[in-house]
Design a protein around this ligand. Structure first.
Ligand code: ADP
Ligand code: MG
Length: 358
């Protein structure tokens, strides 16, 4: 066979293989886009575990009609413009891949009205074939509709699981996003019935909320009743790193569970690096080490931890689905996390009280 350039649709379908594994990946990408657009409220409607339908509606900035085709073309993004931007990236997205990937393996529609604009518009994409932009009434914000995921990729469709299982994966992602963004309201419906609601930062919660109420909503009172607060920062920097004036070099905050509340599996372990949910081996190891003396062998700690550091000191572009990051100084991060947790665990008797009376 001679070498040839692959058609765009096929390129997108290949990329979709990396980014879109199941309906939960669609939900993740679409809700992340909504959050990047500054949404305060996101509605997620699902049918048949998201396989038949995922519809995500937000009240964010919206997209102008003439940019709708760009939003579904590959490597088109409004979030970065240069390598420097990539090093400082503060948004969840930046690769410009999610919408074209999803649109190449589903029946897809993108509708939006830009903030301040009078009219909305919509664009349909069917298995990668992009239609025309047409006017459509829409409130400020964006709606993305994804029907019949993998309808044109039978090999992929075969790997989808039962409705319950797919829904479970979606709920897990939503919990993870909800924990990171307590100020945003998330409403979920499944097969036409409301199934989950995370309340946003309404007036009544402003005086109190630093994510604590969201913690109870997502992980329940048993976890919240066993938590220890973590708040740890250091200004120490590696040699040659000046950082920003006054900003801590590393900050870790959130909650960890007391050793009495341990789990059989790692199902309640949430780590965020600069607001992004990730898995990281060095952090996981530091946590394990901190708990080593206080947890029974084979039991897993529960935690919700937010690590913050200069964007330039962590590479977020390691994995197409962005589940992993690479730290410039992994050792320093490891030791910092270990110290923070060790201290929190030692302070158990010194008045670091759980969130909710157990
Ligand atoms: P990325 O998020 O990496 O930029 P996507 O393919 O997910 O790539 O989205 C492409 C572009 O479409 C985004 O950069 C953004 O400008 C626009 N977009 C997508 N979803 C939304 C949304 N919900 N609200 C506003 N703009 C959006
Ligand atoms: Mg995106």
């Amino acid at each position: 066979m001679s070498i040839r350039q692959l058609p765009d649709t096929l390129v997108n379908q290949i990329a979709a293989g990396e980014v879109i594994e199941r309906p939960a990946s669609v939900v993740k990408e679409l809700v992340e886009n909504a959050l990047d657009a500054g949404a305060r409220r996101v509605d997620i409607d699902l049918e048949e575990g998201g396989v038949r339908l995922v519809r995500v509606r937000d009240d964010g900035l919206g997209i102008p009609p003439d940019e709708l085709p760009l939003a579904v073309s590959r490597h088109a993004t409004s979030k970065i413009a240069s390598l420097d931007d990539l090093e400082m990236v503060a948004t969840l997205g930046f690769r410009g891949e999610a919408l074209p990937s999803i649109a190449s393996v589903s029946r897809f529609a993108l509708s939006s009205r830009r903030v301040g604009a009078e009219h909305g518009a919509t664009l349909q994409v069917d298995g990668g074939r992009v239609g025309d932009v047409t006017p459509r009434a829409h409130p400020q914000g964006t709606t993305v509709e994804v029907r019949d995921l993998f309808y044109n990729v039978p090999a992929r469709r075969k790997f989808l699981r039962a409705e319950r299982t797919e829904l479970g994966h979606i709920e897990e992602w939503l919990r993870s996003l909800a924990l990171a963004r307590p100020e945003v309201e998330l409403r979920v419906s499944h097969n036409g019935k409301p199934s989950r609601r995370y309340r946003g930062g309404g007036e009544e919660r402003l005086d109190f909320d630093d994510g604590a109420a969201r913690l109870v909503e997502t992980l329940g009172e048993a976890f919240a009743g066993a938590t220890l607060r973590v708040e740890h920062a250091t200004t120490a920097r590696p040699a040659g790193d000046d950082g920003r004036d006054g900003a801590p070099a590393l900050r870790l905050h959130g909650w960890i569970a007391q050793p009495t509340y341990s789990r059989a599996s790692a199902d309640q372990q949430y780590l965020y690096v600069n607001g992004r949910a990730v898995r990281d081996r060095s952090v996981a190891h530091a946590v394990k080490q901190a708990y080593a003396d206080v947890l029974f062998h084979g039991r897993q700690p529960a935690y919700v931890l937010f690590l913050e550091l200069d964007a330039a000191r962590v590479d977020v572009n390691v994995h197409p689905a962005k589940h992993e990051v690479r730290f410039r100084d992994a050792r320093m991060v490891h030791d910092f996390v270990y110290r923070a947790l060790h201290e929190a665990l030692s302070a158990t008797r010194a008045g670091n009280a759980p969130l909710v009376a157990a």
